[in-house]
Design a protein around this ligand. Structure first.
Ligand code: GLN
Length: 271
C-alpha cells in the first residue's frame, strides 16, 4: 500500500481526508506536509495494517484522539484514553480567565476539580510555574492519564484522588477551576459522544448537580478573596450565577467562548 492508496481507502470508507492524513502522519511520525510530498512511498506491512485498523475505527465513529491516543490543548500534546474526556477548545476560556485571577508571580494554591487528562491543570501549571496546582479526579484511570501528562509537561503538578471536594479535605485555595460534567441526562447530543466516559459528560438529570455540589462546597475551601471559575453549558449561566450568589459569592460574571456562547462563570469568595 502506498500513501496515496491509503488515502483512497480512507475515501472509500467515508473517512475525511484530513483525519486520514492525521492518522498517517501520527503513525509514521511525519508531518502532513511530508505526506503530501511522499504520495508514492510504500507503507511497511505493520504501518499499513495499523492504518487500516485506525481507518476502520474512525469510520465507525471513534474520535481520532482515542485512535492516536493524543489530543492537543493550548499547545500541549496530551495523552488521552477512553477513561478521559477529549479536551475541547472551548475549555481554553476557563484557563485564560483563571490565569487573570491571581498574580503570575504569587505562590498561591490552585485546584482543578475533575481534571480528566489534566488539560486545565497542566495548562495553568505550565503558564504559572510559581502557582502550586493540585488536580483531582474521582477516577483512578483518569488520574493515571493525568499523571502521565504531568510527568511530561509539568512534574510539579500535584494529583489527588476523590470526588469533587472529597479529594481536598481541610484545604483552602486562592483559585479553584472546574470543567465538571454538565450535559443534561436526556440531551440528544450525548448520543454522538458515546465513545467518551458518560460520567465525565453528564451528572444525569438537568446537568446542574455537579456544578451545584462544587459551588456549595467552595466556601469551606477558598481563602478570603479566592475565586471559583466554572465551565458550564451554554444555557446554564444564569443558574450557575444564581447558585454562586446563594452561596455568598460576589462579583459573579459570565464569559462567552469563541462561538459566542456563555461558557464560564466565576465568583469571588470574600470570606
Ligand atoms: N463541552 C462538552 C460537550 O458538550 C461537555 C463537557 C462537559 O460536560 N464538561 O461536548
Amino acid at each position: 500500500m502506498r500513501i496515496r492508496d491509503a488515502l483512497a481507502l480512507a475515501q472509500a470508507l467515508g473517512v475525511a481526508r484530513l483525519d486520514a492524513q492525521l492518522l498517517l502522519a501520527h503513525r509514521l511520525g511525519r508531518s502532513r506536509a511530508w505526506l503530501l510530498a511522499h504520495d508514492d512511498d510504500a507503507l511497511g506491512e505493520t504501518d499499513a495494517a495499523a492504518l487500516r485498523d485506525g481507518l476502520r475505527r474512525r469510520a465507525a465513529g471513534e474520535p481520532l484522539a482515542y485512535i492516536t491516543c493524543v489530543a492537543e490543548f493550548r499547545g500541549l500534546a496530551l495523552a488521552v484514553s477512553p477513561a478521559v474526556l477529549i479536551p475541547r477548545p472551548e475549555t481554553e476560556l476557563l484557563v485564560e480567565w483563571a490565569l487573570e485571577l491571581q498574580p503570575a508571580e504569587a505562590e498561591v494554591d490552585v485546584a482543578d476539580l475533575g481534571t480528566g487528562s489534566g488539560a486545565v491543570a497542566l495548562a495553568l501549571q505550565q503558564a504559572r510555574p510559581r502557582w502550586r496546582v493540585t488536580a483531582t479526579d474521582r477516577s483512578p484511570q483518569a488520574l493515571a492519564v493525568a499523571r502521565e501528562n504531568a510527568a511530561r509537561h509539568a512534574p510539579s503538578l500535584a494529583l489527588a484522588q476523590g470526588d469533587w471536594w472529597g479529594a481536598l479535605v481541610g484545604r483552602r485555595f486562592a483559585l479553584v477551576v472546574s470543567n465538571p460534567p454538565y450535559v443534561a441526562g436526556d440531551d440528544p447530543h450525548l448520543a454522538a459522544l458515546g465513545h467518551e466516559p458518560r460520567a465525565a459528560l453528564t451528572p444525569e438529570g438537568d446537568g446542574l448537580a455537579a456544578l451545584a455540589r462544587i459551588v456549595a462546597g467552595a466556601p469551606a475551601h477558598l481563602e478570603a478573596g479566592g475565586w471559583l471559575v466554572l465551565e458550564h453549558g451554554h444555557d446554564q449561566a444564569e443558574a450557575v450565577r444564581a447558585c454562586l450568589v446563594r452561596s455568598g459569592f460576589d462579583a459573579t460574571s459570565t464569559r462567552s467562548d469563541l462561538a459566542g456562547l456563555p461558557r464560564c462563570s466565576a465568583g469571588c469568595w470574600r470570606g
